[in-house]
Ligand binder design. Structure first.
Ligand SMILES: [Zn+2]
Length: 676
């Protein structure tokens, strides 16, 4: 349970040292220097960066030294360096072209100052003493391996004069300038609030004999190796800074202050600065878990919501910590971005952005949800650092599924809120508590967009308008379906095993599927082939249901010949249920029939054929029939056709429907009122 503590002084990551000492003790006599923190990760991509922010020109100038070690088994003959801010250089960038495909033309009328860029001034291989070994600027070129867009400038490549052999280290020094784009898609500036992400020239990941480095697409997130980040940020004096890691020193010089932050065992570094933040601190403490110092940088108008931000972060640290494994860094910074900054809801190592409103009714998980979700990313994105550019679902979907469970455990009640008048005025529906299965797993978007792509499509190549439905919602529903088929206990073990085995590494989807099969002891290729490798959706329905006195007419054998006969049974009813598979997806389902005397009959069906008829001869009539009565298959896109009844619907069901209907109607009317 978190308790408030005083503001902590500047200092090193004491918790890491403690954790390292424990690890070293466990390691036994191999440990040479018990005082030195044991690396949690390979630390093969280390960045030493000095950067200065100039608010007058809204730009950065920086110098970085990258120490990169080749962990592979083959030599690297080149390096690939991302320049993410070039996504906002002009409307020909792959990023903006892709966004336009999905109907977002945000830069169509943009003035010059809205565009951003990243320009490398110098790039060189250097010796340990800093002297230049080889100037790479003459061989540096832009490449577009993913879409062959000759105008894209988000990825560069440079041939190396001498290849880097396995186990060898390369030192690069890069100087560059970066111009902030307008506040747009999680980076940029609004007023004097700066959110600085994907801001420095950054290496791709060298694996399987080549570089995994993609251009910057509108859907894609990021992928990098772990290392130590030692970053000095110079900003106007008096401005507050929040960053990955912890602050080591502050140095004033002529109206500016240089803040030095350091963090080991992370794969990215983000920061923010503004003169307007107010700061709050709490310490997360929970039995069995290492404490975490929480630092909250809040907009002044949200001062009354500090406790709700801490509650969201503490819920992630506690439940993910108990279920999957401990958060090891000892500190976590939450940034509350200003209204319309477009930087909310994004994760970075040991720091993330939330996002709240001035009006945020209690009893609904806004802002708790976004804080919980981004804090949860520390475990998947942060530690189980899979390739988000290609396999975003392995981070987002696992996180969405996990945070929906935390919301159900820890953040109740959670009532539906809809916003009106420009998405501003909230209206809380206290009659409608959100359901974990369908509401916090976002059934509504999956239902609309679940078949628009296969989940196995590289994330950057997903249709931009359906990426969320695929990577987040379809995956969450897939995992929740597995939970209903096995149990939460099994799923907790699956995710815990995946987390502990793959933290500080780079797992692939097959690594996750292997853990599912290992923990459940059952093959799951049939399941993942459909939900991961295809765009199939699922829909089982009751097509026909009746319960009548059986009768027959026609020719019957009689005395050596055939004679016409017409018979009607007495004391029995024949119940017929026809179940149909309406979509391509196949899943084993149960069929449950309830009779007038309360008895029930249950049949299992492998669900493979397009339809199947079940008949029951009983002395009583049937009253209802259901396919998948427990709703194991949450991926069924239409649950309203899963049941049929021979008696009028109950009053309770009618009330529930009318309430939903009212909400929908009210939403429609208020929206309409706003537009006219
Ligand atoms: Zn996310």
């Amino acid at each position: 349970m978190p308790v408030v503590t005083d503001r902590k002084g500047l200092g090193g990551p004491g918790c890491l040292a403690l954790l390292a000492a424990v690890l070293l003790l466990q390691a036994g006599p191999v440990a040479q220097q018990p005082a030195a923190p044991a690396p949690l990760s390979p630390r093969n991509a280390n960045y030493d960066i000095q950067v200065t922010l100039d608010p007058a020109t809204r730009s950065l100038t920086g110098t970085e030294v990258i120490e990169w070690r080749n962990l592979g088994t083959m030599a690297a003959y080149s390096v690939r360096v991302h320049l993410y801010w070039n996504a906002f250089r002009n409307t020909n960038s792959t990023w903006l072209r892709q966004r336009k495909l999905a109907g977002d033309d945000s830069f169509a009328e943009a003035p010059e100052g809205d565009f951003g860029y990243s320009e490398i001034a110098t790039i060189a291989v250097i010796n340990e003493d800093g002297s230049v070994k080889a100037d790479l600027k003459p061989v540096l070129r832009f490449i577009s391996p993913d879409d062959q867009n000759p105008d894209d400038r988000s990825l560069t490549s440079a041939e190396l004069p001498v290849p880097v052999q396995p186990g060898e280290q390369l030192r690069l020094r890069i100087t560059w300038t970066g111009k902030f784009p307008k506040n747009f898609d999680r980076t940029g500036v609004i007023g004097d609030y700066y959110f600085v992400s994907q801001w420095f020239p950054k290496l791709g990941v060298f694996e399987a004999g080549g570089w995994t480095a993609h251009q910057f697409f509108a859907n894609s997130e990021f992928y990098s190796d772990f290392g130590r980040y030692d970053v000095r940020m110079t900003v106007p004096s008096g401005w507050m800074v929040g960053a990955t890691g912890t602050e080591q020193s502050r140095t004033d010089s002529g109206g500016t202050t240089t803040h030095r932050y350091v963090q080991d065992d992370v794969h990215d570094f983000a920061w923010t600065t503004s003169p307007a933040f107010i700061e709050r601190r709490q310490r997360f403490e929970h039995p069995g878990l290492p404490p975490v110092d929480l630092r909250l940088l809040l907009q002044p108008e949200h001062a009354g919501q500090a406790d709700r931000h801490f509650a969201g972060a503490a819920a992630a640290l506690r439940y993910y910590g108990e279920w999957y494994g401990a958060y090891p860094y000892g500190h976590l910074t939450i940034v509350d971005p200003p209204f319309q900054s477009n930087s909310g809801g994004m994760e970075y190592p040991t720091l993330f952005t939330g996002g709240t409103r001035w009006l945020a009714p209690r009893g609904s998980n806004d802002p708790e949800y976004v804080v919980l979700h981004e804090a949860g990313h520390q475990f998947w994105y942060g530690m189980v650092a899979n390739n988000e550019t290609e396999r975003g679902w392995l981070d987002e979907g696992l996180n969405e599924y996990s945070d929906s469970r935390v919301q159900a455990e820890a953040l109740q009640p959670n009532y539906l809120v809809q916003r009106f008048f420009g998405d501003f005025i909230p209206w809380q529906f206290r009659d409608i508590p959100l359901k974990r299965a369908t509401d916090t797993n976002w059934m509504n978007t999956y239902r609309r967009l679940g078949d628009r792509d296969a989940l196995s499509t590289p994330t950057f190549a997903l249709w931009p308008g359906s990426h969320q439905a695929q990577s987040y919602h379809k995956t969450a529903l897939m995992l929740h379906t597995l939970e209903r088929r096995h149990s939460w206990d099994v799923m907790q073990k699956v995710l815990a095993a995946f987390f502990s085995r793959w933290q500080f590494r780079h797992p692939q989807p097959d690594d996750f599927f292997a853990v599912v099969e290992e923990v459940t002891g059952m093959p799951h290729a049939w399941f993942f082939d459909q939900i991961y490798r295809s765009s199939n959706t699922f829909d089982y329905a009751i097509e026909r249901f009746d319960s009548v006195v059986p009768s027959s007419r026609g020719l019957q054998e009689s005395g050596g010949g055939l004679a016409f006969a017409e018979t009607t049974a007495t004391g029995t009813y024949r119940t017929t249920v026809v179940v149909r598979r309406l979509e391509a997806g196949v899943f084993p389902v149960d069929v449950l029939v309830t009779f007038a005397n309360g008895e029930q009959a249950r049949e299992s069906w492998d669900g493979r054929a397009r339809w199947r008829a079940f008949t029951f001869d009983r002395p009583v009539k049937a009253v209802s029939a259901q396919v998948d009565p427990e709703r194991v298959l949450l991926l069924d896109t239409n649950y309203t056709n899963n049941s049929s009844t021979l008696t009028p619907a109950t009053e309770a069901a009618a009330t529930k429907w009318s309430l939903r209907w009212m909400v929908w109607l009210q939403d429609l009317m208020m929206t309409y009122a706003f537009f006219v």
